[in-house]
Every structure is written in structure tokens, then in C-alpha cells.
Design a protein around this ligand. Structure first.
Ligand code: F0G
Length: 458
């Protein structure tokens, strides 16, 4: 008999989680103005709000923390991290930052100016935010297949080369500071980009003289998918694949809270000394001196180890199989999800789940609250509230997809937890016909409203 699959680690430290009753949750979610961001974490049983900064560090990472060097300048921890980044990604220059959006802030301060355009594959919200904040424009060039949840395509994060070339033709070189490739592409469902696509994007970018930047938050998961799905890579190690991926980039921004497997941290890495020097000025201004940039020595040490661990096949196999396990259980129950299942999360297609709720009443938001009420599970809406209002007309922007994201923290939950999530979702699915009304907005901030919005039941 073939041995079944099991996690590539055993557990040394545990943290209790608490179940609650439906009555308690009814009160808590009302007190939270029907916004799961406003819940206290101890009111949540299984927390799938994000996979960012929520992972469990290994014994090696914890022991590296003990050796953290807290010197202001030239800390050994900085050099440990530098060596790890050069080993894994190949870049000779790097700057630490406190998280991913800080890396974007520093790099874009150096490179993006008013009137610029930045093409890419479904830029993450903060990335887009930092581009638009500078009165530049993010142009989405993701392949159309990404927007059909049922359609199976191995690399739904890919950039459509025709769309990209149209942008490169339309604008002069001086107006395009970079092309951003997000690996894996969070906004299109944690979907990977193929090596072939990375290679072709780089070749096209070179022809037009435009640098390529990888938004690297989940770069290791991307490499896993290349190994499993792309011809010619099955026999390569994850580290070899990652190295090749970055041979097609000029620079990278990183939220280390994902594939760095740390609770806080980020960086920018690059080949160009000139860009390094330019960015350094902003780093000192916004983040800290160049050898710590918003991170403590302890954190840099933990990240140096985390990058080596996240690029091990066994770790990635455990991680991605768990996400897939949850996805498959939901598919068995007939629940509509984004397919194939992505690297860090399962995305549920809320418009096909709750067909009676009008979109003006925030379909995916309704489903998020229903899941919380059902079992204390916290997911997040990727729908109309997140999409915000049109900056000019102030009308709600209705996105092509109304989704709820169930992001799985790294090395935190077991498949028993996945079973609870799947069954909770099925229970909501079984009573979906009784759910026909949603919420209206009581208070909203002018931008990024979903974090603080206050809602009331209709
Ligand atoms: N890029 C991508 C692709 C991301 O997913 C994120 C964060 C960032 C950049 C920004 O990094 O949070 O460290 O400042 N994504 C989190 C999420 C918040 O829940 O998906 P950060």
C-alpha cells in the first residue's frame, strides 16, 4: 500500500484556539459593525483573513533570532540576510524595509513619477495604491483566462504579451519606469506565472529598454507550480527554478511576511547599483539606515533562514497540498471556487454562491459574515467593498468577480481545521436559498474603505 502524505514537520510549540457559540458570534459581529476586520482575534476560531505575517516560524528561525545583532550600522544580521537573498535570488544589492508596501514606497519614490504608467499582472492593492498616489497609472495586462473562475489554465497569473506590447508601444520609454510581475498573482487568485512567460516578458521589456520588477511576496510558491506544471522543470530543485526566475528580473520588491515565513519584514533587491543608490536615500528617510531599514537584527536573521526554508520542496509540498486539500473538499461539495486552486488561498465565487443577494448589497461581504456566523471562521471579501468607489464619479466600482478569500497561514493549521472550514462552508451552501438580503454602508473612509467600513443589516 502506498503511504499517505503527511506534513514535513512535527509540532514543538502550540497556541490554543477557542471555539464559540453562534449566539456569541451574533453579538460580536454586530459589535464589530459587521466588519470582520473589527473582530478581536480571540473571537475567531480559524483565522483565514490573510497568510501575511501569520505563519509559524521554525526552531531554526527562532534560534537565529537569539543571535540577532542589533547594531545600528553594519549588523551581522544584515549580512546574513544579504547572503541569503543573493543565494536565493541572485541580486547583488538589497535594502531591508519593514514590510512589502514599504519596499514599494521606497522603490517607487526613486523611480515612479506623475504621468507614468506601470504595466503588470493585476497589481496588488498596495502596489497600485503606491503607483496611483504618485499620480501614475497601473495598467493590468493579465491574460483574459484569469477572469473565468471555472476555466482550467496552469498559469493564470501570466501576462498577455500583446496587451503588454500595446502599452510599451503607446507610451514613450521615459514614461514606463518598470513592468511589475507579481509572482504568484494574489489578485487573480494566487495564480502562478510560467517560466516561459517570465522569459518572454523580459525579452519584450529588453527590446523596449524597460526594467522588470517582480513583486515577490509568494515567489517560492510560484516556483513550486513551475516545477509541477511546466515542461522541463520536474527534475529541477526549487532553488534552481527560483534562480532562473530571477534571471529574468532587474529588481524585486518583497513582502517577507509571506514566503519569507516571518511575522514582519520586507526588502527591495536589485542588480543596478544606480537604483540601489537612489532608493537608499528614500530608505533612510522613510524606513531606517540602510543596514536595518525598519527591521530589527533578530527579524533579519529569522528572514535569512526563512528564505532558505521556503525554497525547500518538502515545505512547499506540505503547504500547497493543504490549500489544495481544502479546495478539493469544497469542490466535492459543489461549491464554486476559482480553479485551479492557487498557492496561498482558496477563492470562493460569491456571485455564483449567493445568487439572490443584489450586488448593491455586497454579495461577497454577506458570504464572509455568514461563514463567520456559521463557525467562527474569518475570511476576507475580495469584492465591491474592496474595489472602492470610482475616484471621479464616486459610484461603487463593481468588480468582475465577487469573491471571498480563505488564505491559509503557513505551518499553522492542520487538515482537521481544513475539514471544519469545508463543512462550515457546506452548511452555508445548503441554506444559500434562504440568504437574499445583505448590508448597507453606515460609515466609510474615502479610500481603502473595507478595513474600517461600518455596515448595517438591510
Ligand atoms: N504584494 C503582494 C502580492 C501582496 O500580496 C502584498 C500583501 C503586498 C505586496 C504588500 O505587502 O502587506 O507586507 O505590506 N498582501 C497581504 C494579503 C496584505 O493579505 O494578501 P505588505
Amino acid at each position: 500500500m502506498e503511504l499517505p502524505f503527511a506534513e514535513s514537520y512535527k509540532i514543538k510549540m502550540v497556541e490554543p484556539v477557542r471555539r464559540s457559540t453562534r449566539e456569541e458570534r451574533e453579538i460580536w459581529i454586530k459589535e464589530a459593525s459587521y466588519n470582520v476586520f473589527k473582530l478581536r482575534s480571540d473571537q475567531v476560531y480559524i483565522d483565514l483573513l490573510t497568510d501575511s505575517g501569520t505563519g509559524a516560524m521554525s526552531d531554526r528561525q527562532w534560534s537565529a533570532m537569539m543571535l540577532g545583532d542589533e547594531s545600528y550600522a553594519g549588523a551581522t544580521s544584515y549580512f546574513n540576510l544579504k547572503e541569503s537573498i543573493t543565494t536565493v535570488m541572485g541580486f547583488p544589492y538589497f535594502i531591508p524595509t519593514h514590510q512589502g508596501r514599504a519596499a514599494e514606497n521606497v522603490l517607487f519614490s526613486a523611480l515612479v513619477k506623475e504621468g507614468d504608467v506601470v504595466p503588470g499582472n493585476s497589481h496588488f492593492d498596495t502596489t497600485k495604491g503606491h503607483i496611483e498616489f504618485r499620480r501614475a497609472k497601473a495598467i493590468d495586462c493579465t491574460i483574459d483566462e484569469a477572469f473565468h473562475t471555472e476555466l482550467i489554465h496552469p498559469f493564470k497569473g501570466n501576462i498577455d504579451l500583446n496587451k503588454l506590447e500595446a502599452v510599451l508601444k503607446q507610451y514613450p520609454k521615459e514614461k514606463i519606469p518598470m513592468i511589475i510581475v507579481t509572482v504568484t498573482c494574489n489578485s487573480s487568485g494566487g495564480q502562478p506565472v510560467s517560466m516561459q512567460n517570465l522569459r518572454e516578458v523580459k525579452a519584450l521589456a529588453d527590446r523596449y529598454g524597460i526594467p522588470v520588477c517582480f513583486d515577490s511576496a509568494r515567489f517560492a510558491e510560484n516556483a513550486y507550480f513551475i516545477k509541477m506544471r511546466e515542461e522541463g522543470y520536474a527534475g529541477k530543485t526549487i532553488k534552481e527554478i527560483v534562480k532562473e526566475m530571477y534571471s529574468y528580473a532587474d529588481m524585486a520588491t518583497m513582502s517577507a511576511k509571506k514566503d519569507g515565513i516571518v511575522n514582519m519584514g520586507g526588502f527591495i533587491a536589485m542588480n543596478s547599483e544606480e537604483i540601489f543608490r537612489k532608493a537608499t536615500v528614500f530608505n533612510i528617510m522613510f524606513e531606517g539606515y540602510i543596514t536595518y531599514g525598519g527591521m530589527s537584527g533578530r527579524d533579519m536573521n529569522a528572514l535569512a533562514v526563512g528564505l532558505m526554508e521556503s525554497t525547500e520542496f518538502d515545505y512547499l509540498e506540505t503547504r500547497i497540498k493543504q490549500v489544495e486539500y481544502l479546495g478539493n473538499r469544497l469542490i466535492e461539495f459543489g461549491i464554486p471556487i476559482q480553479r485551479p486552486v492557487g498557492g496561498h488561498a482558496v477563492f470562493i465565487d460569491a456571485s455564483r454562491f449567493l445568487t439572490k443577494v443584489p450586488r448593491e448589497q455586497f454579495i461577497a461581504w454577506v458570504l464572509t459574515i455568514e461563514l463567520y456566523l456559521e463557525a467562527g471562521i474569518r475570511g476576507v471579501e475580495i469584492g465591491t467593498l474592496l474595489a472602492d468607489r470610482d475616484p471621479e464619479t464616486r459610484e461603487n466600482r463593481y468588480p468582475a468577480l465577487e469573491m471571498i478569500r480563505l488564505a491559509i497561514p503557513r505551518r499553522v493549521y492542520t487538515n482537521n481545521h481544513m475539514d471544519v472550514i469545508a463543512v462550515a462552508m457546506k452548511n452555508v451552501w445548503d441554506r444559500r436559498d434562504q440568504i437574499s438580503t445583505g448590508y448597507r454602508i453606515r460609515y466609510e473612509a474615502p479610500i481603502m474603505r473595507h478595513f474600517t467600513v461600518e455596515m448595517e443589516k438591510i
